[in-house]
Design a protein around this ligand. Structure first.
Ligand code: PXP
Length: 241
């Protein structure tokens, strides 16, 4: 069974919408670990739209699980990651204008920078995972760059609008995982996974870890909203009495 990595970025999205001190992604990370998450994932974006530097530091210090830091290879972020020393970095492409990560890294275009950066992480014993689309050429290059793992982008599978489209994307993921495992790479997957589409991905032999965020934070809001309203009515009642 693949391990669950819980991405707490969007707890910080709600906090940053008000520049408030709550909700705190650290509390979410602790709750996730108590519920069986094996890893906490955070994406420290260059524009700091959700997770802040202090969140990464506090989660690293106070949460008893692996920390997977998603990041672009911008030098400022690389230096921060080398200082924090998470369990793993997952290198992703990043565009300021994007709403979320839009696709996998192009390892062929980016190989010069990756060749320079990957050994710096490995020298500090930080595992390196590369977020890629399930494309055979990308998998082959991941191996030559000296990565420990690849995380397959499940975005196209998750966004498929037809059953046939989803099964075509699932087949690409299966082939990608088989190729990566054959090359000795550890395999992860993530992006856009939900309660209703995670099953077939979890069933792919060789996937060690799934990183899931948006669907979990969304579901938590809906599961917990009624209780939050009940608590507020109670507080209003107590105040008015
Ligand atoms: N894996 C990677 C590399 C990502 O960039 C993201 C989104 O930050 C995720 C997993 C989680 O995706 P989602 O929030 O759609 O579950």
């Amino acid at each position: 069974m693949p391990l669950l990595g819980v991405n707490v970025d969007h707890i910080a999205t709600v906090r940053q919408a008000r520049r408030a001190t709550y909700p705190d992604p650290l509390d979410g990370a602790k709750a996730a670990v108590a519920a069986g998450a094996c890893q906490i994932t955070v994406h420290l974006r260059e524009d700091r739209r959700h997770i802040q530097d202090h969140d990464v530091l506090r989660i690293k210090k106070s949460v008893a699980s692996r920390l997977n830091l998603e990041m672009a290879v911008a030098e400022e972020i690389v230096l921060f990651a080398l200082k924090v020393r998470p369990w793993q970095v997952t290198l992703v492409p990043e565009r300021r204008q994007e709403v979320t990560t839009e696709g996998g890294l192009d390892l062929i275009k980016g190989r010069r920078r990756l060749r320079e950066v990957i050994p710096r992480f490995r020298a500090k014993k930080i595992l390196v995972s590369l977020f890629i689309d399930p494309d055979p050429a990308q998998v082959a290059v991941a191996k030559t760059l000296g990565a420990d793992a690849v995380e397959f982008n499940t975005g196209a599978y998750a966004e498929a609008r037809t059953k046939r489209g989803a099964s075509v994307e699932l087949a690409k993921l299966k082939r990608g995982v088989a190729q990566a495992v054959g090359l000795g790479l550890t395999c992860h997957a993530g992006h856009g996974l939900t309660l209703s589409n995670v099953g077939p991905v979890a069933a792919i032999p060789g996937i060690g870890e799934l990183n899931i965020g948006h669907a979990l934070v969304s579901r938590a809001l809906m599961v917990g909203f009624g209780e939050a309203v009940r608590e507020m009515r109670q507080a209003i009642g107590d105040g008015a009495r």
